[in-house]
Design a protein around this ligand. Structure first.
Ligand SMILES: NC(=O)c1ccc[n+]([C@@H]2O[C@H](COP(=O)([O-])OP(=O)(O)OC[C@H]3O[C@@H](n4cnc5c(N)ncnc54)[C@H](OP(=O)(O)O)[C@@H]3O)[C@@H](O)[C@H]2O)c1
Length: 249
């Protein structure tokens, strides 16, 4: 049975990795999906691959004008929003002693400030009863070296889900967090590292996961679908951990 028939869903960072897999699964479940990202080429090709009623919008979550424009376009083309996946994110790692203000600002602007305003600016465009899902990270639950700033942005969004859920409970808007462990996506290729360093990082993360492998975007997409659909209607301000045991074992 299709779980999102005629629902309107927005997935930020839907042109790659987990966001793309979630958007595709939403569309397969009957949703009209808008995906966003900064790269026009991949936004367009991803929207085409998702098919159905999907649209692609070039938008940077670190720019509030972009966020307003994206919602204007979504509601004009698809209607008011039932599902919002706040997924756009960047991963910046490096020894804390060498971590620059610029690195700090970049990761905060996208992962924390971007998430805050992606949700705040959506409010007038969300239907009552909407499901908002933020992509967190197991890095916010457990300490790992060299990713203090990234992990803190992901800890911050756990707090946002609880505060926002409490504030909009009368509108029945649910804000939950999906917490992935290490997932094999292009995010590790965008960190300015050499291919060898990227491979070593991925091998290290896989070795830290109790099930001894990274997860896949498709495995995580099933979690996004659960949180987006009525199946999770009693889950409010909560967290779904899909991490191969890395945060808890
Ligand atoms: N992979 C993991 O191990 C892992 C684990 C836990 C949590 N996460 C989180 O999962 C989310 C998705 O990451 P992923 O692993 O699927 O990586 P990904 O394939 O690199 O996807 C990241 C997405 O975010 C978009 N994005 C980045 N900055 C943006 C901005 N300023 N404005 C709009 N879109 C932006 C990217 O598109 P453009 O480049 O076109 O903008 C891309 O679509 C992120 O929030 C990440 O922190 C990942």
């Amino acid at each position: 049975m299709k779980k999102l028939t005629d629902k309107v869903a927005v997935v930020t960072g839907g042109n790659s990795g987990m966001g793309f897999s979630a958007a595709k699964l939403f569309a397969e479940n009957g949703a009209k999906v808008a995906i966003t990202g900064r790269n026009k080429k991949t936004v367009d090709s991803a929207a085409q691959e998702i098919g159905g009623h999907s649209i692609g919008i070039v938008s940077d979550v670190a720019d509030l004008k972009n966020i307003d424009a994206q919602y204007d376009q979504v509601t004009k083309q698809l209607g008011k929003i039932d599902v919002l996946v706040v997924n756009a994110g960047i991963y910046i790692a490096g020894p804390t002693a060498d971590f620059t203000e610029d690195m700090f600002d970049q990761v905060s602007d996208v992962n924390f400030k971007g998430a805050f305003f992606t949700i705040q600016r959506a409010l007038p465009y969300l239907n009552d009863g909407a499901s908002v899902i933020i992509t967190g990270s197991a890095a916010a639950v457990k300490g790992f070296p060299t990713i203090a700033a990234y992990a803190a942005t992901k800890a911050a969004v756990r707090s946002l889900a609880r505060s926002f859920s409490a504030e909009w409970i009368d509108r029945k808007i649910r804000v939950n967090v999906l917490i992935p462990g290490p997932i094999d996506t292009p995010i590790f290729d965008r960190n300015g590292m050499s291919q060898e360093e990227t491979d070593n990082t991925k091998a290290l993360y896989a070795s830290l996961v109790p099930v001894k492998r990274m997860g896949t975007s498709d495995e995580v997409a099933e979690g996004f679908l659960y949180l987006a659909s009525e199946d999770s209607r009693f889950m409010v301000g909560g967290e779904l951990i899909l991490d191969g045991g890395v945060a808890t074992l």
